[in-house]
Design a protein around this ligand. Sequence first.
Ligand code: 6R9
Length: 645
Amino acid sequence: MSDERIYPVKPEIAASAHFNTEGYRQLYEQSINEPEIFWAEQAGAFLDWQHPWQEVLSYDYPKGEIAWFKGGQLNVSANCLDRHLSLRGDQIAIIWEGDDPDQQQQLTYRELYHQVCKFANVLKAQGVQKGDRVCIYLPMITEAAVVILACARIGAVHSIVFGGFSADALRDRILDADCRVLICADESYRGGKIVHSKLNADKAAAQCPNLQTLIVIEHTGHEIPWQAGRDISYRQAMQAAAAECPAEVMDAEDPLFILYTSGSTGKPKGVLHTTGGYLLYAAMTHKYVFDYQEGDIYWCTADIGWITGHSYVLYGPLCNGATSLMFEGVPTYPSPDRFWQVIDKHQVSIFYTAPTAIRALMAHGEAHVGHTSRQSLRILGSVGEPINPEAWEWYYQVVGNSRCPIVDTWWQTETGGILITPLPGATDLKPGSATLPFFGVQPALLDHDGQILEGPGEGILVLSHPWPGQARTIYGDHARFVDTYFGKYPGYYLAGDGARRDADGYYWITGRIDDVLNVSGHRLGTAEIESALVLHKDVAEAAVVGFPHPIKGQGIYAYVTLNVGVTGTDALKKELAVLVKEEISAIALPDIMQWAAGLPKTRSGKIMRRILRKIAANDFDNLGDISTLADPAVVEDLIAHRLHL
Ligand code: 6R9
């Protein structure tokens, strides 16, 4: 990793940006020295409140208690829609680009507002009340924005499940949050192929006794199975719905949504975000990190099933009155120039995507980029995993023609918004570094004993103070919240990533320090994949680790021990793959499965993942101390049978 190469702030960007270097430095200092004054000012500037707050911040990290703007009241949908109507009612809120390049739609703020009000009434008619959880299982279509904002409008808590997740994964999430209503599409398109959303939803719904209603959005319009009495047509319900729906007055700390993410145990965590702090943080980071300006066309390629889709396709941009592009498809369909075609077609000025997409497109060659203009671009962004300097350079030079700063944004589902990032007009860039903290954010590095490291060095990344976008709990399991994030190093929020800090104070994220993988920017717990594998009757045990993968960042390497007398075959590998797909998703499919006669274990029976990771990475020279293993011979055997991509 070279931290030698520096790309200084471009004067032409700094000239019109919200912050230059000095401006950032000063405001950052204020945000740290006088946090309550700072955040109160921002909350007043970014949001419309129906009732002022009494207390900016109260918190007790050891108890996992965090509250922002207590006593304040507001509604998220009113902030994203109603208040824009007088000024920008006819401005485009959402540009939708279909999987098929001939399909597109545009929705103005007024149109979106009307649809949201109507759908809010549809939900009410189904008995949905403030505080009820509504599960959303949708592709990237404009109706997704409608139903999400409609939940926020009536104070229902949405739980969006990524449309690529299996029926079983969907079922688990519906049950965990006890949702009574599920919203799905009939089908959707991805890369020219049909995704059977309703079939999955049916399968999940059949195993959720409390689920009463399935609202089906007609997207492809094809014939699908229908369960009378339970299934409701979105089109018909919208036609019948009343047009007016006042926004529910919400407390700043009322829940806004739950979003499941992988942790180091098998069960996904329902990360809960609340109303005031989350919206403020999403809006503020959207404006400053991307240097959003009036008139920008902004495109974040993330799916709404992930936190990036929540904060930077919908809530942040809409709160700021921006025009946000929603893309149904994939980067390589119909051809690997799709992103750049869409940018030219809609004159996108801010583009935010993931390193895995950049690497995949890089592999297709520059020719797919070169024939497009991309002159409309001003700012590029990266999120989801560390961006390797080669991919960074390609993004910068080939995609951005060396004109556009890249903001490499580090954050997590639990942080609600971006925490470490350059600001386009303020921060000199180093390829591969997420650079410096956002306003109010105080990162620190700890050693394994929990001692603070000063100056340059590498350690465990923690945050020493709260920020408004921080998650408030894990739904239904506050003890797990406290334990996971605040238990190990009291007084800090533990992010689960490692990082290095260089002599300029720049942060370089080194990756997860727990048993969480980052595959193409998707978070997956090794334990979830292992649980799926061991469901097979022939499998005795499985251990899953990550290994360096040229496109995905991390690939999935599974060591599988079969029951005595069973022979490992390709057919069995296929059965295991089906199992993983059914239990989780195709994104969790192992890239490599190795039959393991045994797994390296300590004498107390703990699997030594450190060794498995080294073998998967082809790094046999420093396996470390293996003398504590119950049976050191298994290591030789694993090395002898190591498989390659
Ligand atoms: C927003 C999002 C969070 C994990 C996080 C880290 C990795 C995200 C990164 C990055 C290095 C970046 N991560 N952005 N690592 N540089 N710019 O991705 O949320 O899905 O919860 O994943 O992703 O490991 O801990 P989430």
